[in-house]
Every structure is written in C-alpha cells, then in structure tokens.
Write a protein that binds this ligand. Structure first.
Ligand SMILES: Nc1ncnc2c1ncn2[C@@H]1O[C@H](COP(=O)(O)OP(=O)(O)OP(=O)(O)O)[C@@H](O)[C@H]1O
Ligand SMILES: [Mg+2]
Length: 482
C-alpha cells in the first residue's frame, strides 16, 4: 500500500478571505470526502494505464481500497493482486494519480476564479470605474490568486510509495486447515448418513430372518454378576430362557441329528461363552450327557465359568501332553440321591444328566494355525461319540477363520446375535460367512433379547418405540426406499 498526505489548503478561504468554520471542526468529514473522491473511475483508469496494465478501471477499484487514517491526514491506498510486485506498483500509481487529479481540480478552481475577477475588472474598466474601491479590491484579490497559483502545491502528496506487497492470498496454511476441518465435518456427516442408511435390527425374528435361520432362543439381559444363571439362580427369567433354548435345541437336534455343535457369533462379546455355559447346564439338567469345550483360543473363558482356572485342557491333549480323559472335568452325579451333594453349584440338580467341561488349556501358539491340526478334529470326534451333546465355544466369525476350520469337525453350528442394535450390514456379512461353513446351521440365539424387543415388538403392535426413534427409523426406511 502507498500513503498520501492530505494538504488542507482551503481554496475558498484563500479566495474570500473567510475561513470555513466547518473545515476545522470536521476533519474526518474532509478525509472521508477525499477518500470517496479517490474512487472515481478516472483516477483508477489513469493508474491502470500508467503501469501498462491491460485492464479497465473496474479491476483496480475491485481489488483496492482507500482508507483515511483515523488520527492523521493520511490515506492508505491498498491493492491486492496475484503478483506482489504489481500490487505495489499499482498502489503507488493509484496514489500518484489521485494527487495529480486532486491538484488539477484545485488549479481549475483558481483558474476559474481568476477569469471571473478579470471579467469583472474589465467591466469596471469599461465603465471607467478604475478608481472605485471595488476595482482596487478585485485587483488585490487577483494578485493574491496569482501568487497562490504560483505557489500552489498539490492538495496532497504521496509520502510513501508502496513496497512490493505482502502475500495475503492464497493462504495455504489457512486453506489446508479449513479444508481439513470441512473434510472432517463432511466425513462425520457421511458417517452419520451411512449409519442412517444402515439401520439397526431390534427384533429377534428380524435378526433370524436376516440370517435365513430359525430362531432357537431369546436370552434376556442377565443380572450383573450372575452370568452362570442356570446355577446361580435357576428360577430366574434368564434360567427359564436357557431351559426353553435347550428344549428347542433338543427338538432341532432330533430333526438334524446334531451332536457336536459349534457356537459362534459375528463379533466378540455377543454372549457366546455365557450362552454356551448356561445351555450346557440346561441340557445336562434335562438328562443329557453334555460336554462343553472351549475352543475360543483367542479369548478362552469357560474355565472361569466353571472354576477350572489353571486346569489342563484341550491344547494339552492336542499336543500329546495328557490324555483326553485327564482334560475332561466333571463327573456323573451319584444316582442314589442319598449322598450329600458336595459338588459345585453348576453340577447340582441335574436329574441324571452329565456335564463335562474341556477347558482350553494354555495357549502359546497361533490359534488360527492350531485349530487346523488334525489332533483337534480327532478330539472333537472322540467327544462326539462319548456324549449326547458336545457344545464348542469358538471365536467370532468376522474376525477369525477358526469357526470355518472347526466347522469341518462338527455336525452343526449355532450363531449368537447380541440384539442391542446390531447392524443390518453386519448380519448380511455374517450370513455370507455362515455360507462358508461346512456344517448344518441349526439356528440363531439372540442375547439381550428384551432390550431389542422393546423396540422390536412394534411389529406385533404391543409396544412402540419412543416417538422420536420411531419417526427417525421410519424416515430412514423411506430414505432407503428412495
Ligand atoms: N444375556 C446376557 N445378558 C447380559 N449380559 C450378558 C449376556 N450374555 C453375555 N453377557 C455379558 O456380555 C459380555 C460378553 O459375554 P461373553 O463373554 O459370553 O461373550 P462372547 O461372545 O463369548 O465374547 P468373546 O468373543 O469375547 O469370547 C460379558 O460381560 C457377559 O457377562
Ligand atoms: Mg467367549
């Protein structure tokens, strides 16, 4: 930017000898007027021409500003251009052209005043009134004006040329930060959109239908700290759900002749181990001989359910360290019920059934590779000849290939789905994974069923989801239909 000093010579005062009182009172107004004057296209055109730019005055007016200094008689002429050097040159030229223009204006004023006085002097002379006081006064004024004309400096002067401009745009850092922020907001927005377009499933029948499998059982939310509800609280709603599940499995088993059953899920934490352990007890209490095996070598947990921590297990057998019999924990309940039942709670109360547990044992190898060993298959087959049901707790399907490998050794698989808003997309993916299994698919067990059903029962018309959620979900459906 260039700076211009405003010279506040009052021409009118010089002409009339009368000081304009408002000029002294309102210097800001004078400055503002001058700043406005600087915006006339003539000045801009001359400035653009003087730097040899092929552009109209509009270009300069659009890319420049003229600001009056608040505390001094100074103007700042600022110009923005792609080229900092050109911006500097333009600002200086603009300031110069302004001072020239302003000086021209003032000269013009003096010239017209002088010609006016000359004309009046001529009229007086023709009338022979050279001796009149008016004539003398006019002559005096003409002298003053001629002196003023000779002395007249520009009404303003450029006091500082513009140096090549500083870069004000493009501001790369600011733009990058802005782009990142916008990208982030857009990304989050798209995430929400994706979320909205991939609705969650809240009903057990809907989940089963999505997987194309029968619904075997609905396990409600169990009380905290009572995961092994079949032993801890056999009269609870949770235990009842496992009894119903065991009845359904019994029925499905008769149809499909499944003995060894793999329990899997889409992702971890859906309740495989909890469900397997309780189901094993429920089946045993119905009089079956049940062996429950921990083959979730990525997160073994059955030993914890049955208080067998540190016991040798399946891995020891597969590695030939111990015999299968040594890895099986559990005993047949004495038939004559007269003996005091001193067994752990989970083994009490089963009328003649047997529950045996094969914990995982120490895992010091890659689980994915381990399950492919022939020894694992042979252990499962051996257990299958020994019991009515062999329930095998395994890893989640979408994060491990173990269930697919183990499916070669088993008769059937059951899939556990945690019904607290599982995504339609996850179920679709799970369905594709289930298609790769080499065994029968018995059906689906949903956990946390009551929570899902709270919303899911809208289909049966008993209870409705909160109004907001219903509206939201129905609008999402509409979007999907579109
Ligand atoms: N029906 C249920 N009600 C309430 N909580 C449950 C229920 N089933 C399982 N849980 C809880 O959910 C968590 C995960 O359960 P669990 O370990 O049985 O799942 P999992 O599928 O075996 O997980 P992982 O894949 O990690 O082995 C545990 O804290 C468990 O107590
Ligand atoms: Mg588990």
């Amino acid at each position: 930017s260039a700076e211009v000093l405003l010279n506040r010579t009052d021409i009118a005062a010089a002409l009339t000898g009368i000081q304009d009182p408002t000029a002294a009172q309102a210097p800001e107004r004078l400055a503002a007027t001058q700043a406005e004057l600087a915006r006339v296209p003539t000045i801009a055109r001359r400035a653009v021409e003087s730097v040899g730019l092929k552009a109209g005055p509009g270009y300069l007016l659009g890319e420049s500003s003229v600001t009056a200094h608040p505390d001094a008689d100074l103007f700042e002429f600022a110009v923005t251009d792609r080229s900092p050097a050109l911006a500097g040159r333009l600002a200086t030229a603009y300031a110069r052209e302004f001072t020239l223009y302003q000086s021209d204006l003032e000269q013009q004023q003096i010239r017209s005043a002088l010609s006016d006085i000359s004309r009046r002097l001529h009229v007086l002379a023709v009338a022979g009134q050279q001796a009149s006081p008016l004539y003398t006064d006019l002559v005096q004024r003409r002298t003053q004006l001629t002196t003023l004309q000779a002395l007249q400096t520009a009404g303003s002067a450029v006091v500082r040329d513009a140096v090549p401009g500083v870069k004000v745009a493009p501001r790369v850092f600011r733009n990058v930060v802005l782009a990142l922020a916008i990208g982030l907001i857009l990304g989050i927005g798209l995430g929400f959109l994706y979320d909205a377009l991939d609705p969650r499933v809240w009903s057990a029948p809907e989940a089963a239908a999505s997987l194309g499998l029968p619904l075997l059982g609905r396990i409600p939310r169990l009380k905290k700290g009572s995961s092994l509800v079949m032993a801890a609280d056999p009269h609870s709603r949770g235990a009842e759900a496992f009894r119903m599940l065991s009845a359904n499995i019994d029925f499905a088993d008769e149809e499909k002749r499944a003995r060894t059953i793999l329990v899997t899920s889409a992702i971890s934490g859906e309740g495989k181990s909890t469900t397997t352990a309780n189901l094993a007890i429920a089946l045993a209490r119905k009089g079956h001989h049940v062996v429950v095996v921990d083959l979730d070598l990525r997160g073994p947990s059955l030993d914890g359910f049955f208080s067998l921590n540190g016991q040798p297990g399946l891995t020891d057998v597969a590695l030939g360290r111990i015999d299968l019999e040594e890895a099986i924990s559990g005993a047949r309940k004495p038939r004559n019920g007269t003996d005091a039942d001193t067994r752990p709670a989970w083994r009490q109360g089963d009328p003649g059934g047997v529950l045996e547990v094969v914990p995982a044992g120490p895992v010091s190898f890659e689980p994915g590779e381990f399950v492919t060993r022939p020894a694992v298959g042979s252990i499962i087959r051996q257990l299958g000849t020994r019991a009515d049901f062999v329930l095998i707790d395994s890893a989640p399907m979408l994060s491990a290939g173990d269930p697919a490998v183990l499916s070669r050794y088993v008769d059937a698989a059951i899939v556990v789905v945690r019904l607290d808003g599982v995504r339609q997309g996850t179920l679709a993916e799970l369905r594709r994974s289930l298609d790769t299994l080499h065994c029968e698919k018995l059906g689906v067990i949903v956990t946390l069923a009551d929570e899902g059903e709270r919303y899911g029962t809208r289909y049966s018309g008993q209870r409705k989801p909160p109004a907001g959620q219903a509206a939201w979900r129905s609008s999402v459906r509409q979007i999907k239909r579109l």
